[in-house]
Design a binder for this molecule. Structure first.
Ligand code: PLP
Length: 381
């Protein structure tokens, strides 16, 4: 199988699995225990936090371990809203992930919040001018903007947005799930208040993530209970997952191989655009992460194309993994101005550590065949 769906999830790296293994076997003690058995566990916990902090450009105490991107984003939104009950307005991008859109809809419908959803242009970018204009002094509780879009890979100007937020004393939460490991990140310099990360997007296992909160950010925990994570996230720690995300962060920091993927991606994209008629790129040409391309194929339907590719041993996706199978066209692509049929004719290819030139040549060939088969059947709709 040629796997080109790394934005949905990545395989666990062998070195990560190796680092985790002892924590499923002999090293099983509860890190909060006073027993000698707990010492190596606590050490591993501290080391993983340091590795993650070095990778993300922050201090270890600015990070807490969570179950993933969704929990981190929900926690950050809970923290900013519960601490400022008088402020009932939120700003977010219109192309955010469901992990932001759904809690925002709940705040809107069940709690009476007002939400400004920033429009994006045809390249998938919102503007800093629109952001500045949307701020309601004294009313806006937070700004929540993704760093990299999961469907198109488009990169937003988060440090610039954070500067605007800071000038108004408003916390900026960023969904950095699709940015980690793909572009160098320095959270301390970025000026954001909160940032969310998910291990399974950069070769750690599923079910482990991180929430960054800048030093001196007032925080209201979401999970209450034990004193874990310095009372910021209760619950016995997922030690093997934590060791795994630490090892994956070290690996990603050492390699940041995704930079070399840009050449592969651009070449792949150019060949498809040139060789298969009626194809178009979705999203900005250069302002995006290096591993992602979103392409649309006139007269085709993504689900049908995916089936044909699957039969040829190729795994791509129709967009966000969370909306696969959904009857609705992608909200990201329709926000960029595509009509529903055009949005439904789009495929996302996202590369990872194992993606090779040879694989991509096979994919281009299979894609050309699948598109012409689909078009000859005339089943688009
Ligand atoms: N945000 C973005 C941009 C994502 O792509 C994802 C996962 O698909 C998430 C948040 C949710 O992360 P998790 O799967 O760790 O909950």
């Amino acid at each position: 199988m040629i796997y080109l769906d790394h934005n949905a999830t990545t395989p666990v790296a062998p070195a990560v699995l190796e680092a985790m293994e002892p924590f499923w076997r002999g090293h099983f003690a509860n890190p909060s225990s006073s027993s000698m058995l707990a010492r190596p566990i606590r050490r591993a916990l501290g080391q993983a936090r340091e590795e993650c902090a070095a990778f993300l450009g922050c201090a270890p105490e600015e990070l807490i371990f969570t179950s993933g991107g969704t929990e981190s984003l929900n926690t950050a939104l809970h923290s900013v809203t519960s601490q400022q009950p008088g402020r009932r307005h939120l700003i977010m991008g219109s192309t955010e992930h469901e992990a932001v859109l759904q809690p925002a809809s709940w705040l809107e419908q069940a709690q009476g919040y007002q939400i400004t959803r920033l429009p994006v242009d045809a390249d998938g970018l919102w503007s800093l001018a629109d952001l500045a204009a949307a701020i309601r002094p004294g009313e806006t509780a937070a700004i929540c903007l993704m760093w990299a879009n999961n469907e198109t890979g488009v990169l937003h100007p988060i440090p610039e947005a954070a500067a605007i937020a800071a000038a108004h004393g408003i916390p900026l939460i960023t969904d950095a799930v699709q940015a980690a490991g793909k572009i160098p990140l320095n959270l301390r310099e970025s000026g954001v208040s909160y940032a969310a990360f998910s291990g399974h997007k950069f070769n750690a296992p599923k079910g482990i993530g991180l929430l960054y909160m800048a030093r001196n950010t007032a925080f209201q925990p979401w999970f209450l209970g034990g004193a874990q994570e310095n009372r910021r996230r209760a619950g016995t720690e997922n030690i093997a997952g934590i060791v795994g995300i630490g090892a994956a962060a070290r690996l990603a920091g050492e390699h940041l191989t995704h930079a070399s993927l840009a050449t592969l991606r651009d070449c792949f994209e150019q060949q498809i655009l040139q060789c298969i008629p009626g194809t178009h790129r979705n999203g900005h040409a250069t302002q995006r992460v290096p591993n992602t391309t979103s392409l649309r194929f006139d007269g085709c339907h993504a689900e049908g194309l995916l089936l044909l590719l699957d039969q040829r041993g190729i795994c791509a996706s129709a967009g966000s993994a969370c909306t696969t199978g959904s009857l609705h066209p992608s909200h990201v692509l329709t926000a960029m101005g595509l009509d529903p049929a055009a949005a439904r004719s789009s495929l996302r290819f996202s590369f990872g550590l194992s993606t090779s030139q040879e694989d991509l040549e096979r994919v281009i060939h299979a894609l050309a065949q699948s598109v012409s088969k689909f078009r000859s059947l005339g089943t688009a709709g």
